[in-house]
Design a protein around this ligand. Structure first.
Ligand code: FNR
Length: 348
């Protein structure tokens, strides 16, 4: 391994290590400021609840997916293998982490291809940054036989990282070009900083049909990258970004034209149900799934997802909504903090 691949692999391991350490860094996901209205007399039975959903042409039997994390080192290869087995056994889609490592250093590719080997028939999402070339995006898709392509937008992370990108002006044109020239769904995603109405409008204008708002409240890349800095002097940015709940409010006027996906700080089935009630079509989890496979193992992670889905169905009964469309329309009540945001941003 040469010095560059070694540094890259070390960065991937750092991200996983710091993400696992982040249990105690809790920024507000704002899910506690979103409330369901309990319904005492449900009109259907638990076994009639159907939470199947779609991301464009992709059919999901459950509204859950394992969101992008990793690949690019020996350790992260084993993590990807475990996540792929969990995804295969539960039938939920899985995204790999950024594939730039494999594009630049083919010897690292098997830390991504392992996902397809362990889950030959499942839905798998490739993942690249917004600076990737069209050829790079196509190669990433081909490498793992991807069913969708995630393009991550992560400006704060790059800016806090000493070795990060400083050039962003090509992102829009690049994303537009990729959306126009690849034949599978393209999902533009944040990495835990959330998306504003303005961002979503830009994405819509350049033809993006699927966006994962990935908001603040869970994995915190401002803190992770700051912890990796020698002088750790950008810690004051740890609350940067829009929470997942606020991002979904910002996305409200886009839900009819785009599939809005939610991630960032989703820890319980109730959090996931709130995302759906705020308009999301499906809900992604990264750190929660990393913790499951690393601390509890594959079997426990499979059981975790199965219970998670089952409990979402139970909550559906409690709000008397038997499918995603009905949950999307369920009335919710906001705490003053959220109401104030909504009012100041004129989101209604
Ligand atoms: C990530 N995330 C991420 N996203 C992405 O698009 N490409 C990537 O390579 C990575 N890498 C990565 C590594 C690790 C260790 C974690 C935990 C996360 C971001 C991830 O997909 C998601 O947007 C955020 O983590 C927020 O979700 P959670 O973790 O709060 O569920």
């Amino acid at each position: 391994m040469n010095r560059e691949t070694d540094l890259r692999s070390r960065r991937k391991d750092d991200h996983v290590r710091h993400a696992l350490d982040q249990d105690s860094i809790v920024t507000d996901s704002d899910f506690n400021h979103v409330h369901f209205v309990h319904q005492s007399i449900p009109s259907f039975n638990l076994d009639e609840v159907d939470l199947s959903t779609r991301i464009g042409p992709l059919k999901l039997t459950q509204p859950l997916y394992i969101n992008a994390m990793t690949g690019g080192s020996e350790w992260t290869r084993t993590i990807n293998g475990k996540l792929a087995e969990v995804a295969g056994a539960t039938g939920i889609p899985m995204a790999v982490g950024s594939m730039h490592a494999a594009l630049k250093h083919p010897e690292l590719a098997d830390s991504f291809t392992i996902v397809r080997n362990h889950n030959p028939n499942g839905l798998i999402f490739a993942n690249v940054g917004a600076d990737v070339s069209l050829e790079g995006a196509k190669r990433a898709i081909e490498l793992i036989g991807a069913d969708a392509l995630q393009i991550h937008i992560n400006a704060p992370q790059e800016l806090i990282m000493p070795e990060g990108d400083r050039n962003f002006s090509t992102w829009r044109g690049n994303i537009k070009n990729i959306v126009q020239h690849v034949s599978i769904p393209v999902i533009v995603k944040e990495v835990g900083f959330g998306m504003s109405r303005e961002t979503l409008q830009i994405l819509k204008d350049i033809g993006v049909q699927h966006a994962d708002v990935s908001g603040r409240g869970g994995t915190n890349f401002a803190s992770i990258e700051n912890a990796r800095r020698e002088n750790k002097d950008m810690d004051y940015l740890k609350n940067w970004g829009l929470s997942t709940a606020i991002s979904l409010l910002e996305a409200e006027s886009f839900v009819d034209d785009m599939s809005i996906l939610a991630s960032g700080g989703v820890k319980t089935p109730l959090d996931a149900m709130k995302c759906l009630a705020l308009g999301a079509k499906a809900v992604g989890m990264s750190r929660t799934m990393l913790e499951q496979v690393e601390y509890h193992g594959i079997e426990a992670a499979i059981e975790y997802i199965s219970q998670f889905h089952h409990q979402m169905r139970k909550i559906s009964v409690m709000i008397n909504a038997r499918n995603i469309e009905e949950i999307n329309r369920r009335s919710i009540v906001f705490s003053p903090e959220i109401l104030s945001w909504q009012k100041q941003r004129s989101l209604h």
